[in-house]
Structures are given as C-alpha cells and as structure tokens.
Design a binder for this molecule. Structure first.
Ligand code: ADP
Length: 259
C-alpha cells in the first residue's frame, strides 16, 4: 500500500476503537446522514426557510459537489454538515453521531477531530508560518509538539509545499495559501473534508491545481463535500447534488468526460 499521511493511525485518533474483526467496510456508518433537515432563520417578523426538508446520505470515500444559484441554501447546508450550525428540524448525523443534539462544547470537540474545512478566503493566520498554521488544529487537539511538527511537514509535502514550510502567508501565492489551508484541514485526519468555493479566489490555472489536489485526496480515501460555482470543480466530483430554493432538486453521478 502506498504511503499516505492522510489516514494512518496516530496517537490523535488512538482512542477511536477499532472495528470488530468481522466488520467489513459496509459496517461503517455513513459519513453524513441528513434526514428531513430544515433550517429556518428568524428575520424580524419573518421566517426565512433556507432549507426545506433535505435528506442526504454521503458514504465514506465519496466526492460530492453541491451546486445551485446564490441563496438556494448551500452555505446553510455546509454549516450543518460541519456541525457548525444546528437544524431547526430533522437530524444531522456525522459518522452516526447526532451532532444537532450535542452540547456546543461537544460539537466543537467533535468537529475538531472529524471535519476539516477549506474556505474561499483561506483564513490562514498571517503571523504564523505555513508549518505553524498546519500545526494549529493539532495543538488544539493536544498533540505533542514534536509529533505535530512532523505531521505538518508531512502534510505540506503531500500538497507540494515542503519548501515553503517557513514562509508566512503574505510570502505565498493564492494557490499556495490554499494548499496550506488544505493541509491544515487534514491535520487531525478528519473523516470528512468540507470546502466552500475553494477555487473562488484563484485564477483558472491555480484553480486547476486545487481541483487536481482534491482529486488526489479523494483517490487516497478522503471523503469530500464541496460547494462550488466552478464547473470544472463540480465536474471533477463523482456525484453532484443540485439545490434550488432550500431543496435538493437533483442528485446523481457525474458523467465521465463531462468537464
Ligand atoms: P447560498 O449559500 O446558496 O448562497 P445561503 O445558505 O447563504 O445560500 O442562504 C439561503 C437563504 O437563507 C437565503 O435566502 C439567505 O438570505 C438566508 N440566510 C442565510 N443565512 C442567514 C442568516 N444568518 N440569517 C437570516 N437569513 C439567512
């Protein structure tokens, strides 16, 4: 098996109990399971129905693009998928856990270990080097310095930036900053990578590098859900979920060669 820094066992997830010996991959719970999820925002006297009964299952290893016009509920959905927000109705399960029912502290701890986020605007800490940025979530999870340093360098190497480890974000191009942000998202070996318009700030060529990196990540076993307007990125995914007015209106496999 090829060596990948993404999913091998570490002290970080050593407390996760291993599967029983007779349990095959099919025994894994879905990475995501949404049942009849609604999310309503109260705006003054009016209710905004951002999601109106969304059901969705994403299995380990899937690569899903969520597309749809502005205002259709994509960001609201992504916040629920990442346990950042709670549904008004229905249930959101991540790896079988009902995250909507968790206390805030528990949801935060769960998120740190199970979900990696990549944003349009990178959100790197400007005063920290690339390596230190990648180390941050590992420090929050309590990993020892020597281990987090080694893992950060391994991840930077995976995204092709080992030589930039000591650079600060201002010394990096947009594409390089996004690769650092992707390495940071993978720091705690999340079961799920969520990305919100990850190519939105990048030119076409650099965006294509990020698309290629996501492809490799998924090939190496990372489950990915990406919200995007970028047709190339959407068609690189294996499955496309199209939303309109708070609902899923289409959910199907992406046809090969359609990019
Ligand atoms: P998208 O990401 O597809 O552009 P959003 O999920 O951001 O859509 O928004 C869906 C709907 O919910 C929109 O009508 C938006 O105005 C509304 N909305 C989103 N966030 C809030 C909020 N915090 N408070 C009130 N309304 C919101």
């Amino acid at each position: 098996m090829s060596h990948s820094p993404l999913h091998e066992e570490s002290t970080l997830n050593a407390e996760r109990s291993p599967l029983p010996a007779d349990a095959g991959p099919s025994a894994d719970p879905p990475t995501l399971q949404l049942s009849a999820v609604s999310r309503t925002y109260r705006m003054g006297d009016a209710d905004v129905h951002a999601l109106r009964g969304v059901s969705l299952t994403v299995r380990p290893g899937e690569y899903v693009a969520v597309v749809g016009p502005s205002g259709c509920g994509k960001s609201t959905l992504l916040n629920l998928l990442g346990a950042v927000d709670r549904p008004t109705g229905g249930t959101v399960r991540i790896r079988g856990e009902d995250v909507g029912a968790m206390r805030d502290r528990d949801a935060t701890a769960f998120r740190l270990r199970n979900v990696g986020f990549v944003f349009q605007r990178f959100y790197l800490m400007p005063t920290l080097t690339a390596r230190e940025n990648v180390e941050l979530p590992m420090a929050e999870a309590g990993l020892r310095k020597v281990e987090r340093r080694a893992r950060a360098l391994e991840l930077l190497s995976y995204v092709g930036l080992a030589v930039r480890a000591d650079h600060r974000p201002a010394q990096l191009s947009g594409g390089e900053q996004q690769r650092v942000a992707i390495a940071r998202a993978l720091a705690n070996r999340p079961a799920l990578l969520l990305a919100d318009e990850p190519t939105g700030e990048l030119d076409a060529r650099t965006g294509a590098e990020i698309v290629a990196l996501f492809d490799r990540l998924n090939g190496d076993g990372t489950t990915i859900v990406v919200v995007t307007h970028d047709e190339k990125l959407a068609h690189a995914a294996r499955r496309m979920v199209r939303m309109a007015d708070g609902r899923i209106v289409h959910d199907g496999m992406v046809q090969e060669g359609h990019a």
